[in-house]
Design a protein around this ligand. Structure first.
Ligand code: TNX
Length: 775
């Protein structure tokens, strides 16, 4: 009954809002908000802000004063005007004109909702809660000129006007998160505050603070001072990429942690931005910093070393040792007191079981607790952590590995290895936060890796983040509300500076903010891209070092022709065919074309004034199988190389450009390419990845066969490969002198099961292949 009532209410709201919505989402809207509000109606006239404008707030509500203050602070910084704050004792009080009214309104149904009315004489922000009022203020700021976001006064020629409008707004999800890993690299309090400020401006409301990991323990714990005394420093840090075969280190100690006083300061600050902090204390894995401080808490007793490189450590907290739980209890209790929010994150991810398997204490624990295996032991640790947190009145959040061996009652699952964990948890009645690597990992490349600073891998351009839908189709109507929201994760292995963190997080966080706030029915990437360009002007004023990879030209080949595309439909695309930087005089892209020769096509977006983003080089390989169709017995799922022509599109994947590679796990490759007619060729060249740390193995052998009818194949040549290489990216040349035929089969045999004692042991190896070049 309740459900149908709220459904019909939603329908009513949608109908009611339709004409309003269209006013703000028409082709050239005057107002460019991010995230897009639920409804927006432009009206005649405008409100002009000046030194005499006052801000009214309810006198009896301190939180609302904070909202008024944050508005006044930003206005002062940007305009130099000191707005007077005017406490209201009743809404009926005679208003001063030229005022921004921030008033409580119980009639607004949504806790974080607000109504913003900009009128020529006054501005009204009405909300049920102070958080709603805060979001109304953020929308108001975006309705003004971008100069309002300046960090120092921008006087010259700026009109501080706001178009008259009426906006009704509220969030789609209650959990709108952004995460930051401060273990791999440490960031000072001033930056943490700025990070919170920025996410709050985008109407996000959770900051997930990843405070401990193998590479550094970053929160002071009074009862166990060695955690920071020893655990907050590593001897040196890996230089270069984790995948490189020979490791190099920088030789410089790296340290840093937050005192409890600093933590309190950040918590207080976040409160004024209506941001809840979810602290994360990693257990039982990712614990090397803690083990270095207290070696007796590991199964072997050490010695341990705060990790100098990335990845996963086999040494984890010993689950058989009672002292482990004493430490965890003390830590979680101090953390629970420091952070007033409901949730504490205990990690739970990537916990290898190798030590537990041979540890007498862990085995004894498994017997005494009647635990079937080490997964159940992991679940036991999580249940104990959950119990400690419950006593503190907190709810546990864990990465989706906490599903292994059974979920602790009431635990919230953060689904990062895809969405499956989230789906399973919701099906079991647990609340879920979605953060799948594919769409929510802001440590992945956001542009063409050839022109990006080194990143962990992957490829998540902003349009992919924007396209993300947090609620999986497979969930039933009852299960759907268990998806509390989603979160962007910023793991900092490859982000040594605050500037770089901002570069990776923005503008992708803007896209996620809209996914989480705006009703799904209003999602529109063309509109988002247009609004984003205005938003860039705001980020510029705030000095955010955001990425302009949004303007990267995407170059792909389709049936042998090269096609270029830019997120900004108004951008002019220019390119060169010799790999040099395009300039304003370079050839303008007019439509699909065939490059003159193999090499590099380099493209860049321009507007009337000059370049918009950076130039992006794309390899071009012209060959006899280019654009030819092929069949595969096993279809790739997650890694499809960009589509059905991935292996013959003239573009070979590169070491960190995963979206070009075709990846299969547990299966061989056996593409049969139809060359269209009988073709003579001399050699076949192909490429694969050898990155064992990421479970990607070279093929055991590659065989080339040919056929005239597509049925009967003759072997032409074969190579067996030894799995020992210096580079991750491998090229194999298979000579096939005087070969001829219409159908070409290239069989690459999967390595099989990953051997013992290496990452991924016991799992099926991945085989990543790209471009089958026929010459
Ligand atoms: C996996 S996501 C991790 C992190 C890494 C991240 C890099 C998760 C729960 N664990 O420890 O930093 O990948 O993308």
């Amino acid at each position: 009954m309740k459900i149908s009532a709220s459904l019909s209410l939603t329908r009513w709201l949608v109908l009611w809002f339709l004409p309003l919505v269209s006013a703000c989402s028409k082709k050239e809207p005057a107002l460019h908000f991010i995230p897009q509000p639920v409804s927006c109606l432009l009206q005649e006239g405008h409100f002009r802000l000046n030194a005499e404008t006052s801000v009214c707030y309810p006198a009896d509500r301190p939180e609302w004063l904070t909202v008024a203050q944050s508005l006044a602070e930003q206005v002062r910084a940007a305009t130099g005007f000191t707005l007077s704050l005017y406490p209201l004792h009743s809404v009926l009080e005679q208003p001063p004109s030229n005022a921004i009214w921030i008033v409580p309104d119980e009639r607004i149904a949504q806790m974080e909702g607000y109504v913003l009315e900009v009128k020529p004489g006054n501005v009204w922000i009405r909300a049920r809660t102070a958080a709603g009022a805060f979001y109304g203020v953020q929308t108001l700021l975006q309705a003004g000129p971008p100069a309002l976001f300046s960090l120092s006064p921008a006087y010259s020629g700026v009109q501080w006007t706001f178009p008259a409008c009426r906006i009704e707004d509220y969030p789609r999800f209650s959990y709108r998160g952004l995460h930051l890993d401060v273990s791999r690299h440490f960031f000072p309090v001033a930056f943490i505050k700025r990070y919170i400020d920025l996410l709050a401006h985008h109407k996000m409301n959770v900051f997930h603070w990843h405070l401990t990991d193998d590479q550094g323990w970053r929160i002071e714990i009074k009862k166990h001072p060695r955690l920071t005394l020893v655990g907050s420093c590593r001897r040196e840090t890996l230089s270069g990429h984790y995948d490189e075969v020979s490791r190099r280190y920088d030789g410089r100690p790296y340290c840093g942690y937050y005192t409890q006083a600093e933590i309190k300061e950040v918590v207080e600050y976040a409160k004024t931005r209506f941001v809840t902090i979810v602290p994360e204390i990693e257990l039982p894995g990712h614990a090397m910093a803690a083990l270095t401080a207290y070696p007796h808490l590991g199964c072997t007793g050490g010695p341990y070393e705060v990790r100098r490189e990335w990845g996963v450590s086999d040494d984890v907290f010993c689950a058989g040792n009672d002292s482990t739980f004493v430490l965890l209890k003390d830590v979680l209790e101090e953390v629970s007191v420091l952070f007033p929010g409901k949730y504490v994150h205990i990690g739970g991810d990537e916990c290898p079981k190798v030590r537990w398997k041979v540890c007498p204490k862990c085995q004894k624990r498994m017997k005494s607790e009647k635990l079937a295996d080490e997964h159940a032991l992991q679940s036991y640790v999580i249940r104990r952590a959950s119990h400690i947190l419950q006593q503190q009145g907190k709810t546990l959040i864990g990465w989706d590995e906490i599903l292994e061996g059974g979920l602790a009652p009431g635990a919230v699952v953060m689904s990062w290895r895809g969405t499956e964990g989230g789906i399973a948890a919701a099906q079991a009645g647990h609340a879920v936060i979605m953060t799948p690597g594919s769409h929510c990992y802001f440590d992945f490349y956001q542009g063409n890796p050839a022109s990006e600073p080194p990143a962990i891998g992957g490829r998540t351009p902003i349009e992919k983040v924007y396209a993300y839908e947090p609620v999986p189709d497979t969930l039933t109507a009852e299960q759907r509300p268990l998806v509390l929201g989603a979160q962007g994760n910023v793991w900092t292995e490859y982000m040594p500076t605050a500037t770089h963190v901002e570069y990776m997080a923005y503008p992708r966080a803007c896209a996620l903010a809209e996914v989480l706030w705006t009703p799904a029915a209003l999602k529109d990437s063309a509109s988002f891209f247009q609004r984003l360009k205005t938003h860039f002007a705001r980020l510029d004023r705030m000095g955010v070092s955001y990425s302009r990879s949004f303007y990267d030209i995407k170059t792909r080949s389709e049936k042998g022709k090269w096609v270029m595309q830019c997120n900004d439909p108004k951008a002019i695309i220019r390119y060169t065919e010799d790999g040099t930087e395009p300039h304003t005089g370079s050839r303008r892209y007019q439509g699909p074309f065939v490059p003159k020769k193999s090499g590099i096509v380099c493209a860049r977006a321009f507007d009337g004034k000059g370049p918009l983003g950076k130039s992006t080089p794309t390899p071009v390989q012209l060959h006899k199988a280019l654009g030819k169709p092929y069949t595969l017995r096993f279809q790739p799922e997650r890694y499809n190389g960009g589509g059905e022509y991935a292996l013959t599109d003239g573009q070979t994947g590169t070491a960190h450009n995963w979206d070009k590679w075709v990846g299969l796990v547990n299966h061989d490759f056996d593409p049969v390419i139809d060359l269209g007619h009988v073709v003579s060729f001399q050699r076949v060249i192909t490429h694969f990845i050898d990155s064992k740390a990421q479970w990607i193995y070279p093929p055991r052998s590659i065989q080339v066969l040919v056929s005239d009818d597509g049925q009967n194949f003759r072997p032409l040549a074969a190579v067996s490969l030894l799995p020992a290489y210096e580079q991750a990216l491998q090229t194999v040349v298979i000579e096939t002198p005087r070969a001829k035929g219409r159908y070409l089969k290239v069989m690459a045999q999967n390595f099989g099961v990953i051997p013992k004692d290496v990452p991924g042991a016991g799992n099926g190896a991945w085989l990543f292949l790209d471009e089958i070049v026929v010459e």
